[in-house]
Design a protein around this ligand. Structure first.
Ligand code: FAD
Ligand code: 2HG
Ligand code: ZN
Length: 487
């Protein structure tokens, strides 16, 4: 903020930006591109969970790359911090401005055109503000699949997916957002536009710069468009819900099904009984598909594009042996699309269901797949020593080695007391993650919530390189300050 002159007239609406600056922003994005009324700005100033809140000098909604460029050039010149926002579904506070009221929120929800679909090249060019579900639908209309899929797909955006290198429920087969992207367009913090929209599967011309911006959580520049990879649309699908005695049994079944089904194994999601209980308690229309409760469950999906694939028979064969030897306790196979959707709702509803149980402390961790049972054992034991009565909501993309090792407060404890323990508890969990050479953020990013934690788990050299890259691309540190990098 140093370069904002102290004796400028403050904008009466925002009180934190000089009037001449908000006038210039209005000139760039037009009347529709600015929100100042508290009723309009409120959804941009609180995150999906209600865990983070912020204030903003303005909410700015550019409708083109040129407008993003104009706004960033001005903010760079004036030293105004910019918090880029997509669908605001992030879970680490990355899209929230701070409490100063001096930052602007740059929402990309008007930058939402699909620029091009090339079915022969299997690519789609989407602007950053496109909702993920709209991109999936556009691909489906031309008989193709855009495979990124997650519970927030009706609200999250391609820009947010790129900025967080999102994962989701089909990473096992198709990879995460980094693997699904061939090129990007980025507006640098000083307003220059890098057009890296190349739809090439082979391009070895030096450093692959797109990977710097993918996963950078708005801290290096604003991603405005991307060339995304498309795949053949699956024509066959089988979905099974299996009950298991333990995480060890889940990993045995994973090895078995990987060998039997190869790349057809698309989703392999673990959930504890506590996770299912929350869904059954809070999500309308959800029922337990089994007569008895069991300690653990797997949601398994096979897909194929071959018209001759008999996936139902394949999954039945795959489950038969484990059912006979007690590694699987019970199993249900969806008879049609409606039953498959109902089974998926049991898994996808966990995040929302947990919100109804009061504040949660989230740990989005990864370890090698083989270490999942050991991690769950050790981390659960460490936690129950720390807070008696804590409720562990453990679930996730176990085929990727990624667990959402989430905690809900003991029912009789105070919200504030529980929240105050997040740092101490995080360290207990993350120290176990480190023992298994895992990561403290598998898919949601660092945002505000984990940026200080990385000091303990990344080497000094790695942190130094990250800071150097930030300094090079964003020397005035206007892009999403207080996120990703530790103080
Ligand atoms: P936002 O929340 O708006 O922003 C996230 C970060 O990206 C912020 O740091 C922001 O500054 C930055 N950003 C946004 N757009 C841009 C841009 N164009 N250029 C530069 N930076 C930008 N995540 C998963 O990975 N897997 C899941 O399975 C999953 N499931 C979820 C289920 C639910 C119910 C919910 C609520 C969330 C889930 N998420 C999941 C988390 C979240 O949806 C993803 O992180 C998603 O990618 C965020 O997209 P967004 O558009 O909402 O981004
Ligand atoms: C999921 O896999 C999401 O459901 C959300 O990544 C996880 O809410 C969470 O912690
Ligand atoms: Zn997830």
């Amino acid at each position: 903020m140093e370069s904002v002159e102290r004796n400028d007239t403050l904008n009466p609406l925002t009180r934190e930006l000089p009037q001449r600056v908000s006038d210039r922003i209005r000139d760039i994005v037009g009347e529709r591109g600015i929100l100042t009324d508290p009723a309009d700005t409120a959804p941009y100033l609180s995150d999906w969970r209600g865990a983070y809140k912020g204030k903003a000098a303005l909410v700015v909604r550019p409708a083109s790359t040129a407008e993003v460029s104009g706004v960033l050039a001005l903010c760079h010149q004036e030293g105004i911090p910019v918090v880029t926002q997509g669908g605001n579904t992030g879970l680490c506070g990355g899209s929230m401005p701070d409490a100063s009221g001096r930052q602007i929120v740059l929402s990309l929800n008007r930058l939402n055109r699909i620029r091009n679909i090339d079915a022969a090249n299997d690519t789609l060019v989407a602007e950053a503000g496109c909702i993920l579900a709209d991109v999936q639908n556009a691909a489906r209309e031309v008989g193709r699949l855009f495979p990124l899929s997650m519970g927030s797909e009706g609200s999250c955006t391609i820009g947010g997916n790129l900025a967080t290198n999102a994962g989701g429920i089909a990473v096992l087969r198709y990879g995460n957002m980094r693997d699904l992207t061939l090129g990007i367009e980025v507006v640098l913090p000083d307003g220059r536009i890098w057009d890296g929209l190349r739809g090439l599967r082979k391009d070895n011309t030096g450093y692959d710069l797109k990977h710097l911006f993918i996963g950078s959580e708005g801290s290096l520049g604003v991603i405005t468009a991307a060339v995304l990879k498309l795949y053949p649309l699956p024509t066959e699908k089988a979905v099974a819900f299996a009950a298991l005695p333990s995480p060890e049994a889940a990993i045995e079944l994973f090895k078995h099904l990987r060998s039997l089904c190869g790349p057809r194994l698309t989703g392999f999601e673990l959930m504890s009984r506590m996770s299912l209980d929350f869904v059954l308690r809070h999500m309308a229309g959800c029922t337990d598909p089994m007569a008895e409760p069991h300690p653990w469950y797997l949601l398994i999906e096979l897909t194929d594009s071959s018209p001759t694939a008999n996936l139902r028979e394949l999954i039945e064969t795959g489950l038969m042996g484990p059912l006979e030897d007690g590694q699987v306790l019970d199993a249900v196979i969806a008879a049609d699309e409606a039953q498959a959707a109902a089974l998926w709702k049991l898994r996808e509803g966990i995040s929302e269901a947990q919100n109804f149980e009061g504040p949660s402390i989230k740990h989005d961790i990864s370890v090698p797949v083989s270490s999942i049972p050991g991690f769950i054992d050790k981390a659960s034991a460490a936690l129950s020593n720390e807070i008696p009565g804590i409720r562990l909501v453990c679930y996730g993309h176990v085929g990727d080695g990624n667990l959402h090792f989430n905690l809900s407060k003991p029912p009789d404890s105070e919200n504030a007391d529980f929240r105050a323990q997040a740092g101490r508890i995080g360290r207990v969990v993350y120290d176990v993650v480190a023992q298994f050479t895992g990561s403290i953020s598998a898919e949601h990013g660092l945002g505000q919530s984990k940026r200080q934690d990385i000091v303990r788990y990344k080497s000094d050299l790695e942190l130094e390189l990250m800071r150097s890259i930030k300094g090079l691309l964003d020397p005035k540190a206007i892009m999403n300050p207080g996120k990703v990098l530790p103080d």
